[in-house]
Design a protein around this ligand. Structure first.
Ligand code: I3S
Length: 122
């Protein structure tokens, strides 16, 4: 329904700076390289920009389709950093997202979970 759609948009409208690295691309391990990124949760995808200014016009650096994706708290073997979440796409690409702020990463975790679990419900 349109009200469900409005709720979905409201609860998944999220953007902010996170540290990000890709670790797997189409099932193949790639060299880890942490970069700060301005992350925009945009309905069915996470879109990565260089910074907030770049998000106002230029093309994103990359994006990730959340349909059939999975988000989980990352295990210690994936990174020695604290407060890391892992997003795995349906095409076996994996990103780690991290921030030193535990509340902030928790918010992202919850919001991405919500988006993934409600994506296929309209
Ligand atoms: O999983 P790894 O290889 O321990 O990840 C570390 C490396 O990416 C490292 O880069 P170099 O391989 O160029 O040294 C990074 O500097 C580290 O931050 C990575 O580990 P953490 O635990 O921070 O994800």
């Amino acid at each position: 329904s349109s009200s469900a759609k409005a709720h979905f948009q409201m609860y998944t409208d999220k953007r902010g700076n996170l540290n990000r690295t890709k670790i797997l691309e189409h099932g193949k391990r790639v060299k880890k390289s942490w970069n700060s990124s301005y992350v925009v949760l945009n309905g069915s995808s996470l879109v990565f920009f260089k910074d907030q200014k770049a998000a106002q016009g230029s093309k994103p650096e990359s994006s990730l389709n959340l349909v059939n994706a999975k988000v989980e708290w990352s295990s210690k073997d994936k990174s020695s950093r604290k407060h890391v979440i892992q997003v795995s796409t349906s095409d076996s690409t994996q990103y780690l997202l991290q921030t030193d702020d535990p509340i902030k990463i928790h918010d992202w975790y919850i919001t991405i979970c919500y988006a993934i679990s409600h994506l296929n419900e309209d």
